[in-house]
Write a protein that binds this ligand. Sequence first.
Ligand code: ZN
Ligand code: ZN
Length: 349
Amino acid sequence: MDYANRMARLRARLKRERVDALVVSHLPNIRYLAGFSGSNGLLAVTADGAGFFSDSRYTSQAAAEVQGARVRIPANGDLLSAAARHIRGARRVGFEAEHLTWGQATRLQTALGKRARLAAARGWTEDLRLVKDAEEIAAIRAAVELAAGVLPGVIARLRPGLRETEVAGRIEFALRRAGGEGTSFETLVASGARAAIVHGKASEKRLAAGDTVIMDYGVWLHGYASDRTRSVLLGGGGRKAKGILRAVRDAHDAAIAAVRPGVSARAVDAAARAVLRAAGMAQWFVHSTGHGLGLEVHEAPRLGQRSRDRLQAGQVITVEPGVYIPGWGGVRWEDVVVVRPGGAEVLAP
Ligand code: ZN
Ligand code: ZN
């Protein structure tokens, strides 16, 4: 990963915003800027240097992973004070307003002293993460392909009587066995009437003949997430279920066909919604069409009715329309696509 380039672009932002230093606390941002993959750390960036701070569990890992920053492990475990010492003299200090707690910001201010002023920085690193470079896209592709590869084996063994939790467990075991670093979010398996729950956690409910089964799952690989949903009609499904699945898949395809650089994220959402409206199902499509994906499962851009984002080449997004009918069940179909100059490239189609 080109950490030097990322850090240089962040420093340009610091300069534009007239900030002397930025304290980065959000771990995915730290990983993006300096490579650290552990669970506790702080990065302090100035115009000409950077310090990384963590605790003693991560001494060797930080030494191996962190690039472009001097690693410090304060003996007392107080990372905020160590970061404040590192940027001593800075008058305007940016902090990640969406991620640092009030308590942490207060402690940072105390550690910096009265002469320093805190400035709320919102999305400075997230803005850099919006467009993925080739290495990131390769990492996401590998995660998506790994995840896609395990599902046919699970689907082939779906049968009435299996609990949703058992199905989730099989998916998760298969992801691990294939080399996955862990699930990128809690595996969702919802069947029958439970499939009307948009975010249906796997429960002890047993699959029954005629159920629709929604499986939404993801894996981490090299720090990048996958996210994919498939819906299966157990026993082939009746006319109603088939019609709904057809409409959802058509909406998914229409949204993907609308993806290209420069197009508004709202237009992609509208393309999916139009198909479901024509099928008389728009009122049951109760969430947005998709979201960005990368070092986090949900990141910018958002593909919803109120989104103000515009797609750019190199963005990686999900497309995931769904229909959820209370008392009956639901269907969702989700893929990850890369925004390319000529349109969408579906990963693991
Ligand atoms: Zn999903
Ligand atoms: Zn998703």
